[in-house]
Design a protein around this ligand. Structure first.
Ligand code: GLU
Length: 442
């Protein structure tokens, strides 16, 4: 009823006339990640032309699975954890997106993350829909054996909806290559055949891809260089502040430092450090490898967590969790350029403040797409059982990121909109065009 074919209407007339209200669990009654995503869809809808009649489809995940994950703890007791896998959209191909293990994971967060994967995958034009998963758990409280049992039981529970041509998980916050190896093995044991293509981000010796671990950070760096060029910002003289020093922030910082930039401030869950002359990114990576946090890095000044947002810098890279840049701190940011390594770090209200202050934001859905791009390469290599060199992978990655950025830049200039809205325009048109071509079943 809400999507009759053959009737051309303006988006607003269409929405007012026939759209049903969203079910309560999908409404943006609080501005959590899902609420933020819904606002982003509303901002793009006026630019979708005739495809706007399908826009409602973006506001509802195709499929959401909640699973109970019981495991035996080392002390003999049984603990239950809540797990999720959400497939937001599969119009352009199988679901694709990471799995995060974090104590604050919720269904609505995973829904938003799955939707951002749909947009991201379409923005870089890899043939996937969007999906995401997670377990509400603090993995630091688990032993290695408990973590393995948790991963295996979760994989088995979501096994009914994942698969190499259905939905392909990958690493995200706190999950890593070892966890992907357990997921691949569990799925394969249940299927009775080794299925390397069911997850990406695997160890190299199990069908993983060269360059995958660094891919997200490399993509952040690549689009950062492109954006800096447009601003006339010289990377070799730039001061960079980074929030989150894991697989994304740490690698991006290393690449910016290699290009001559000064990493002046880094914040993570353990503390915030500052050094005006520039932190040694390689030494800091080694420190984090040993200590698990940037806190206590020799030679750096420790500053208050809230002061991080006032730090004099040219480039800010939020590479931790959602909703970090808000209306409460957006007016304090000194950077000229923000490159979103994290998913969903900026709220729509903060976006407006940053835009009014002429601060350029390269949004998550393009800035951190390097990870899933090399995941796509890994999946292709697994299918063909033919593996590429690291140089070839990096060259293809850089080409895709640059082309995607250039296309988005052009759309932003044409419509005089932010890079986020421009990325949503490019991506949502691709998703909804595929949806229209496929048609409504039955
Ligand atoms: N978790 C990463 C992301 O948010 C990568 C997902 C993937 O490789 O499928 O983009």
């Amino acid at each position: 009823m809400s999507q009759q074919s053959g009737v051309q209407q303006t988006p607003n007339a269409h929405n007012a006339a026939v759209t049903h209200a969203l079910p309560s669990y999908l409404q943006a009654d609080h501005l959590g990640p899902w609420g933020i995503y819904l606002q982003q869809v509303d901002r793009v809808t006026p630019y979708l032309g005739h495809l706007a009649r399908w826009a409602e489809t973006l506001k509802r995940p195709k499929r959401a699975l909640i699973v109970d994950v019981p495991i035996q703890l080392d002390n003999g007791t049984v603990a239950h954890f809540e797990g999720y896998r959400v497939q937001h959209n599969t119009s352009r191909g199988p679901g694709k997106g990471g799995v995060r293990f974090h104590q604050d994971v919720t269904l609505s967060e995973v829904m938003a993350l799955s939707a951002w994967m749909s947009v991201k995958n379409a923005a870089v034009n890899v043939p996937y829909g969007g999906a995401k998963g997670g377990i509400r758990v603090d993995p630091k409280t688990l032993s290695m054996g408990e973590l393995e049992r948790l991963t295996r039981r979760y994989t088995s529970e979501i096994g009914i909806i994942i698969g190499p041509s259905k939905d392909i998980p990958a690493p995200d916050v706190i999950t890593n290559e070892q966890i992907m190896a357990w997921m691949m093995d569990t799925y394969s044991m249940n299927e009775g055949a080794t299925a390397t293509g069911v997850v990406t981000g695997k160890p190299i010796d199990l069908g993983g891809s060269l360059g995958r671990r660094e891919a997200t950070g490399r993509g952040v760096y690549t689009v950062g260089v492109e954006a800096a060029q447009h601003l006339g910002l010289d990377i070799s003289k730039a001061r960079v502040a980074v929030q989150g020093f894991g697989n994304v922030g740490g690698i991006a910082a290393k690449l910016f430092a290699q290009a001559g930039a000064r990493i002046v401030a880094v914040q993570d869950h353990g503390g915030t450090i500052y050094q005006e002359s520039g932190l040694d990114a390689n030494a800091l990576l080694a420190h984090v490898g040993r200590q698990g946090t940037v806190a206590g890095f020799p030679g750096a000044e420790t500053i208050d967590a809230n002061t991080f947002w006032d730090v004099p810098c040219d480039i800010l890279i939020p590479a931790a969790l959602e909703q970090q840049i808000t209306a409460a701190n957006a007016h304090r940011i000194q950077a000229k350029l923000i490159i979103e390594g994290a998913n969903g770090p900026t709220t729509p209200a903060a976006d407006d403040i940053l835009q009014s202050r002429n601060i350029l934001v390269v949004p998550d859905v393009i800035a951190n797409a390097g990870g899933v791009t090399v995941s796509y390469f890994e999946w292709v290599q697994d299918f063909s059982s033919f593996f590429w060199s690291e140089d070839e992978i990096n060259a293809r990655l850089v080409r895709i990121m640059k082309d995607a950025f250039a296309a988005v830049w052009e759309v932003a200039a044409e419509h005089r909109v932010s890079l986020r809205t421009a990325t949503f325009i490019v991506a949502c048109k691709r998703i909804l065009h595929a949806r229209e071509l496929r048609g409504l079943y039955p």
